[in-house]
Design a protein around this ligand. Structure first.
Ligand SMILES: *[C@@H]1O[C@H](CO)[C@@H](O)[C@H](O)[C@H]1NC(C)=O
Ligand SMILES: *[C@@H]1O[C@H](CO)[C@@H](O)[C@H](O)[C@H]1NC(C)=O
Ligand SMILES: *[C@@H]1O[C@H](CO)[C@@H](O)[C@H](O)[C@H]1NC(C)=O
Ligand SMILES: *[C@@H]1O[C@H](CO)[C@@H](O)[C@H](O)[C@H]1NC(C)=O
Ligand SMILES: *[C@@H]1O[C@H](CO)[C@@H](O)[C@H](O)[C@H]1NC(C)=O
Ligand SMILES: *[C@@H]1O[C@H](CO)[C@@H](O)[C@H](O)[C@H]1NC(C)=O
Length: 258
């Protein structure tokens, strides 16, 4: 009998958890609205607490009984979060994040907690923010494709970097600090410039010269660090979306940091 009740209890908790995933794309330096709405029809603001979190733990803001609270806010978000109090009564607790930086990438969670008559509703929304940098280049010109490791104690002798285009084409490899073009696709022959002086800083950006239309697509920079059987993999996806040729031959290249 006791076991039976436990099952019912766990089941009820699972049913009340709704998890939606939304991917939002934004531009570094720009702003983004992170959506979050309650599906509850008779939402009572005085019974509602909304928790906005980044990467599980960082406190972005709280909305307690319809009032914004920034007392516990991480300083990283100070003066960068705009709320929409006029929308709260409709169960809309979306926020706007301004002056976006690289560290704003990742996962945002909006937790709506309602405790009326001991009923608790939890809505979990996972928002993946993908930041974009737009670089302009000219056909026949060149572009720096950025890629850096955030690891502070990076050891070059444990680090391998793999640059790939459209998933499989081998653009460049940097093995333990040494450039390697052994397996390089012919298409990039003599068109890739590296910056070995930067490797110690974890900067493995490359420069692609003599750009052509086929340089459109997705560039991936994969950094693998295998020290002490710990493996760190940094993946950067650079989307060269469209090569728009205007009258003066300008191309738009979009760099997407995931
Ligand atoms: C956001 O960026 C604008 C323009 O660069 C600047 O004036 C403003 O002070 C920034 N705000 C914050 C909170 O960093
Ligand atoms: C919630 O409010 C924001 C800001 O006004 C708005 O952009 C968004 O469309 C609203 N969402 C819904 C579901 O009404
Ligand atoms: C959040 O996680 C993303 C992806 O793992 C990372 O790029 C970003 O720097 C993290 N930001 C913070 C503030 O932890
Ligand atoms: C790049 O373009 C210049 C000028 O058109 C040319 O001289 C050079 O050979 C080209 N390099 C490669 C690797 O295609
Ligand atoms: C990495 O090196 C390139 C080439 O020198 C430079 O353009 C870029 O700004 C550097 N990136 C960082 C994060 O230092
Ligand atoms: C890569 O993909 C893009 C977009 O699908 C395409 O325009 C481009 O020609 C491809 N380039 C190569 C070398 O496969």
């Amino acid at each position: 009998m006791i076991i039976g009740w436990c099952f019912i209890c766990v089941f009820a908790v699972l049913i009340n958890k709704v998890c939606l995933q939304v991917t939002v794309e934004a531009v570094i330096g720009g702003s983004v609205v992170l959506p979050c709405s309650s599906a509850e029809h008779d939402l009572k603001l005085q019974d509602t607490v909304v928790y906005w979190r980044h990467n599980d733990s960082e406190i972005v803001c709280d909305i307690v009984k319809g009032q914004d609270s920034v007392t516990l806010q991480n300083h990283q978000y100070k003066n960068r979060v705009k709320t929409f109090p006029d929308e709260y009564n409709r169960g809309n607790f979306s926020i706007k994040l301004n002056n976006l930086t690289h560290t704003d990438a990742g996962e945002f969670i909006c937790l709506i907690s309602q405790s009326s008559d001991s009923n608790q509703e939890t809505v979990q929304l996972i928002i993946k923010v993908c930041l974009q940098v737009t670089v302009e280049a000219v056909i026949g010109g060149s572009v720096v494709l950025p890629c850096s490791s955030t690891k502070p104690d990076l050891k070059l002798q444990d680090t391998d970097v793999h640059w790939r285009h459209n998933d499989s084409r081998i653009v460049y490899d940097i093995a333990k600090g040494q450039d390697s073009v052994m397996l390089q696709d012919q298409q990039y022959e003599n068109r890739v410039k590296t910056f070995p002086d930067e490797y110690n800083k974890g900067n493995f950006s490359i420069k692609l010269i003599n750009l052509t239309h086929t340089d459109a697509g997705e560039f991936i920079c994969l950094i693998t660090d295998s020290s002490d059987s710990n493996q760190e993999t940094v993946q950067l996806i650079i989307k060269v979306l469209t090569v728009i040729s205007t009258s003066n031959g300008n191309n738009c290249i979009t760099v997407c940091l995931l």
